[in-house]
Design a protein around this ligand. Structure first.
Ligand SMILES: [Zn+2]
Length: 180
């Protein structure tokens, strides 16, 4: 993994059982809560392998990754009673492919618009840093919703979940193995 990739470092911590933000591991990524919870329920879905563009994923892996992202977004919506989900794949700061999933509520920004219109000092303020108790409640809510969503959708996913070994090896999954 690239030594300077913050997301690879977070994933390494997950694999060491040292990432308190982990909610669940899925086939193609990790569901984690964001460090800052100004928008309560702000969730991230991190690609398992180090790729920096969606199109770098092998085709089947990409389909499952997109499907899983959508399921996580659905669970996030249910868990946090969103009026609207915002889903973004940006990567200008940390390029490793990761989705930002924001449950939005009417009136949560001064004017209707993207979360990024909120001043950075509010978005990342000390008062919205998730403490262990708050994290525990959010994780429980999201896990419960994930259980429900995954259970109801599992029949629909059979085709896309038919990943082959060669496909995962060709994708960023190979990047899971430390190269140093
Ligand atoms: Zn990375």
């Amino acid at each position: 993994m690239p030594k300077d990739c913050l997301i690879c470092q977070r994933i390494a911590a997950i694999r060491q059982n040292e990432n308190p933000y982990l909610v669940r591991e899925l086939a193609t990524g990790y569901v984690v809560l964001a460090d800052s919870q100004y928008f309560e329920g702000y969730t991230l879905f991190l690609a398992k392998g180090h790729v920096t563009e969606l199109h770098e994923l092998a085709p089947k892996t990409k389909l499952v990754f997109l499907e899983e992202m959508s399921l996580v977004a659905e669970a996030c919506s249910q868990a946090f009673h969103a009026d609207k989900m915002n889903i973004e794949l940006l990567g200008n700061g940390d390029a490793h492919v990761h989705w930002h999933l924001f449950p939005r509520h009417a009136g949560d920004t001064a004017k209707p618009g993207p979360v990024w219109w909120t001043p950075m000092e509010q978005l990342y303020g000390d008062d919205v840093a998730a403490d262990p108790v708050w994290l525990g409640k959010l994780k429980a809510a999201l896990n419960q919703a994930l259980d429900a969503v995954l259970l109801t959708r599992v029949g629909e996913l059979g085709a896309v979940h038919d990943l082959t070994l060669s496909d995962t090896a060709r994708s960023g999954q190979a990047g899971q193995q430390p190269t140093d």
